[in-house]
Design a protein around this ligand. Structure first.
Ligand SMILES: [Zn+2]
Length: 414
């Protein structure tokens, strides 16, 4: 029997790992872990209790796509290029804490400088850290002068791309990110053009699988989506499904390949929701128009049972750090996913994609006590997502009454 302190939390409703939303259940947390989830009538308990009858308990949120060193305004690239290592680490740590405040307990940084991001991760791994669990890709692998080349991952050819993937894995990144097509943020980069061939993707995919790393592939064209799925990559970021003529759509053959591969699609659906940030690159299509045209694509994917993730791409122009509630709401209200599925896209599904299903992303016995208590019943009122009252990471209370705990205040506590 563990001697760590235990406490019981009884919310009005909670999102359970296998039953969806349930009422009257209680969660017992011991130390850093969820010891049990107790159904109504089986909750004999004489230890500390937190009663929260008007609150919703969710697994701590998991944002599958962020850029912690990006400033979320029109000056992303200029800011990044003007900041030294320590300034980038400080910006990233502040952005990570902003996300924690909004209920994000785990996040995947899908592209920053490798040395900077390894430092940020080390900070967030410290036992007294007040911040989310951070997974890092380090520098995204890209072409010379290609999309996000200013993050240090530019390579001359396919052989060098595979070699860099191996170097990154040896440096202990959590996953690998490849810019398969051009992107919107980089001057001179065209989202309709491919930066590598499919063989390169297959080679990197195999190297990642051998080493137990997820592979996240940035893809804006429909052809790139199909090739990435055929290569067996873990996650396709954006999945815009642009055609060479500039239209957006997905055909049934691509849907079938996606289904067969099990590849998840990170919709980054909040990108382009605001139209007052023109972005820095030579955009082929204004992003807010892209976004409107993408909604039917995501509806088709969802209807076909393809795993959709709620990553935000936080840090790019117009997408604030921590605004994952907007992604969940967009998946529910604009793509039409059932609320439980939209929440899974920000909890259990990214945890599974990144190999952390046994650690976080669900309220289930034995997992880390990564928990988010929302003020209100989210089933009746989606704005409850904007009101995180308490956030625990591995059993430590890091946000209380909507405020970040100081390092000395964070504690194993209800
Ligand atoms: Zn991104």
């Amino acid at each position: 029997m563990s001697t760590q302190p235990a406490w019981l939390l009884r919310p009005g409703c909670l999102l359970s790992a296998d039953e969806g939303f349930v009422e009257g259940h209680a969660v017992v947390v011991r130390g850093s872990r969820i010891e049990s989830v107790l159904p109504p009538g089986r909750q004999d308990w004489d230890g500390p209790v937190l009663e929260a009858p008007r609150a919703t308990l969710l697994p701590g949120l998991f944002d599958s796509h962020v850029h912690l060193t990006f400033s979320a305004d029109g000056e992303v690239v200029a800011n990044l290029l003007s900041e030294d290592h320590h300034e980038q680490v400080a910006r990233a740590a502040a952005n990570a804490r902003a996300a924690l405040l909004r209920g994000v307990v785990t996040l995947a940084d899908c592209g920053g400088r490798t040395d900077v991001m390894l430092d940020v991760r080390a900070r967030m791994r410290a036992p007294d850290a007040v911040g989310p669990r951070v997974l890092v890709s380090g520098s995204p692998i890209t072409a010379i002068d290609g999309h996000c080349h200013w993050l240090g991952g530019a390579v001359a050819d396919e052989t060098a791309a595979l070699a860099l993937a191996r170097v990154l894995i040896a440096a202990d990144v959590d996953f690998v990110k490849v810019m398969f097509t051009g992107g919107n943020l980089t001057a001179g980069s065209d989202p309709r053009l491919h930066q590598f061939d499919a063989a390169a993707l297959r080679g990197i995919s195999e190297a990642c699988r051998e080493q137990g790393r997820a592979l996240v592939v940035h893809a804006h064209t429909e052809a790139a989506v199909r090739l990435a799925a055929e290569a067996g990559v873990t996650v396709i970021a954006h999945g815009t499904c642009l055609s060479p003529d500039g239209t957006i759509g997905i055909d049934q053959a691509t849907i079938a390949v996606l289904r067969a591969s099990g590849t998840a699609v990170d919709a980054t659906i909040t990108v382009g929701a605001r139209t007052d940030f023109p972005g820095a690159g030579g955009n082929a299509i204004p992003r807010h128009l892209q976004r409107q045209a993408m909604l039917p694509v995501f509806r088709e994917m969802a209807a076909a049972g393809i795993t959709i993730l709620a990553g935000t791409d936080a840090g790019v122009p117009g997408v604030a750090h921590g605004d994952i509630a907007a992604s969940i709401v967009a998946l529910a209200s604009e793509v039409g996913m059932p609320l439980e599925q939209a929440l899974a896209a920000a909890t259990s599904l990214p945890a599974r994609a990144y190999g952390l299903a046994g650690t976080t992303g669900s309220i289930a016995r034995g997992l880390e006590a990564d928990l988010l208590l929302l003020d209100g019943d989210v089933r009746a009122d989606l704005t409850a997502l904007q009101r995180p009252s308490r956030v625990w990471r591995s059993g430590r209370l890091l946000v209380r009454d909507g405020e970040l705990a100081g390092a000395s205040e964070a504690a194993f506590a209800p």
